[in-house]
Design a protein around this ligand. Sequence first.
Ligand code: SAM
Length: 223
Amino acid sequence: QLSERLKTIASYIPDHKRVADIGGDHALLLTHVAREQRLHKGIVGEVNRGPFENARDRIKLAGLADLIEVRLGDGLAVIQPDEVDVVVIAGMGGALIANILEAGKEKLAHVERLILQPNVGGNRVRLWLDENGFRLVEEMIVEEADILYEIMVAEPGRPQYRAEESLGKEMVWEVGPLLWEKRHPLLHKKLTETLAGKQKIYRQLSKGKTEQAEVRKQELERE
Ligand code: SAM
């Protein structure tokens, strides 16, 4: 009953690790890994009280409260440095994921693996990884109910793909290098959708006259 998207994310969580799921909401991901008997310790972080209570109740009901802790707080603030080996952030926009990583950078010094699934704005996530000493080790696109989800797995290390300085960096990172390398069958569709989305926003911004709209429009022109 676990979605294809969450199953794929779960498959990238190595066995017997300490895992934080930031924005874990329903707690389905870590519950699944725990039931597979391959979770050492889990932390579900939630910034909103509703999902926090939902996660806590589900974990209790599943009898997993000893194994999975649910904590209320913003992004990586819920974990201590060196408390987890793996961090998952899934089901949010790429800009938000990048902001969460940036705000909690110091918590990532001992993390072995990041598993990230931006709903949109994958370029923001790749750019952050590239600029902060993480290299992509796996990328995937999963299609579910006609929606395409990008999943990125990164580990500390020298980035293997240097964005061309002459091009807009955010544009370069629109294309997942590992998706490109394996000629992922859904890459073309994903890029077409991303472009269509940007064009739609651009058209809407063109109608408005605020300064903010103008700034965003110029950003999109560069992207
Ligand atoms: N990760 C789950 C998944 O992929 O199915 C849930 C995704 S849900 C759409 C996004 C969740 O992230 C929401 O429950 C929201 O409350 C939470 N969230 C948003 N910003 C957050 C932040 N800064 N820190 C922690 N959780 C956050």
